[in-house]
Design a protein around this ligand. Structure first.
Ligand code: FES
Length: 145
């Protein structure tokens, strides 16, 4: 029997098609939850709630991400000690930005958008700055909202 046998060719095609389909389903099963968790903001709950974070929970030059009314937000203690709270949702297509401690800037991993620690666009496709969130600092607690 040779590979030129029509029945054998059909069998091999069906097997390869099945393997390719299983591989595609496997890749999708692994990547889709990661995409949903890291890159797509959660829908807003519209609760208008406040979030409190201890000033000492954040090192100078570092950032802490949190859920703010159902969407990703970040509070940052800048190198000069001032504290900033921003939406972590990129204004380009809605991916979640990452804090780059070494560079002291925000990176949107989807299309390489860069923002200053104050959320101002440095480069890339984002059309505007990250949204600033209101905050107060009282008795060692940062209250956002
Ligand atoms: S979604 Fe952030 S740069 Fe495109």
């Amino acid at each position: 029997m040779s590979v030129r046998d029509p029945d054998k060719r059909t069998f091999i095609r069906v097997c390869l098609g099945g393997v390719a389909t299983l591989a595609a389903v496997g890749v999708a099963a692994v990547t889709y939850p990661l995409f949903r968790y890291y890159l797509v903001p959660k829908p807003s709950s519209g609760s208008g709630g406040k979030t409190s974070i201890g000033v000492n929970e954040i090192a100078v030059g570092d950032a802490k991400f949190f859920d703010y009314n159902g969407t990703a937000a970040v509070v940052l203690k800048k190198q000069d000690g001032t504290i900033v709270a921003l939406s972590a949702v990129c204004p380009h297509l809605g991916c979640i930005v990452q804090w780059e401690r070494d560079r002291q800037d925000f990176l949107c991993p989807c299309h390489a958008g860069y923002f200053t620690p104050d959320g101002v666009v440095i480069s890339g496709p984002p059309p505007r700055a990250l949204e600033k969130l209101p905050l107060t600092v009282t008795n060692g607690m940062i209250t956002i909202g």
